[in-house]
Design a protein. Structure first.
Length: 72
């Protein structure tokens, strides 16, 4: 009975550590992409065309990153 309890405690602790690490990684990712958006905002594009170009570049960066993650 004690081994079942200790196994459950181990599993619960492992899940908590995993979820904490996962949340930390999600925060890192969101901070990175927020910084990318902030750069575009700070540029103050002169026209819609230049804004579209910057957004398209960011979209391409995201697509490349997704491709890399799917391969790995």
């Amino acid at each position: 009975m004690a081994s079942v309890d200790s196994s459950n405690v181990f599993i619960r602790e492992f899940q908590e550590k995993y979820e904490k690490k996962l949340r930390g990684k999600e925060v890192e990712i969101l901070e990175y992409w927020k910084a990318q958006v902030d750069k575009i905002i700070a540029m103050r594009p002169e026209s819609i065309a230049s804004l579209q170009l910057q957004v398209a570049k960011m979209s391409e960066m995201m697509a490349n990153r997704i491709k890399v993650l799917k391969k790995g």
